[in-house]
Design a protein around this ligand. Structure first.
Ligand code: MD6
Ligand code: FE
Length: 217
């Protein structure tokens, strides 16, 4: 089964935009979850506030981040890794909200990945001007698991590259409620975000929130 053939009989799916053999944008998939996701997100941020981490090269990331789930992604002068403890508080990260886990499993299934059970959720916050350079997600132990990525708030341009950093990146608009699911042969594609434009979103305000659910351990 491919991601464009969800019923296995060639039926085209409204709102499903294939990016690659095992990568798909599910347009608006999170929309009817947003009213559960938003208060859950605020509770996470109350326990584990936004922070700007340093890259291993010593630069401050323009994107602010936090985490929830058993493991959180952290970056400092020593490199990138997953940690069971929030380095700012020394405490475990907040639990993965049930709405996050439910959405992740449903979206993964819709994207062609059955039985996805995330143990880590990296939450990124972009204000206008914030961006993310091209990178691969390769800090997870077993790259056979997919990633589910949920966008809330201001629209943004996702840069969808290839297997090599120098490969030309496609510009894909991501809107409030869009979910990207990818894994398999697309798992190590380079990707990033163009600088966020100014704007105001009625629920989320002048920012974009992205959270990515992963199996880290
Ligand atoms: C973002 N996303 O959407 C950045 N990584 O703000 C990512 O870096 C990302 O969306 C791995 C899988 C899905 C993603
Ligand atoms: Fe990424």
């Amino acid at each position: 089964m491919t991601t464009t053939d969800l019923f296995g009989d060639g039926t085209p799916q409204a709102g499903v935009m294939p990016l690659g053999p095992r990568a798909v944008v599910l347009r608006g998939f999170a929309l009817h979850w947003a009213r559960a996701l938003w208060p859950a997100l605020k509770q996470v941020v109350a326990q584990a506030p936004w922070r700007h981490m340093q890259t291993p090269g010593g630069q401050r990331m323009s994107v602010a981040l936090t985490n929830c789930g058993a493991f959180g992604w952290v970056s400092d002068r020593h490199g990138y890794r997953y940690s069971a403890l929030d380095p700012d508080s020394g405490q475990p990260w907040p639990a993965l909200p049930a709405s996050f886990a439910g959405l992740a499993a449903q979206a993964a299934l819709a994207g062609g990945f059955d039985g996805f059970t995330p143990d880590a959720c990296l939450i990124n916050r972009y204000v206008p001007g914030a961006r993310m350079g091209l990178h691969q997600d390769r800090d997870e132990r077993d790259l056979a698991h997919p990633i589910v990525s949920v966008s809330l708030g201001l629209p943004a341009v996702f840069l969808w590259g290839g297997a090599r950093r120098a490969d030309r990146a496609q510009r894909v608009p991501l809107l409030h409620g869009d979910v990207v699911v990818w894994g398999g042969e697309d798992r190590l594609r380079f990707h990033g975000m163009a600088p966020l434009s100014e704007g105001h979103h009625p629920l989320v305000g002048a920012q974009r929130i992205n959270f990515t659910l992963r199996r880290a351990a």
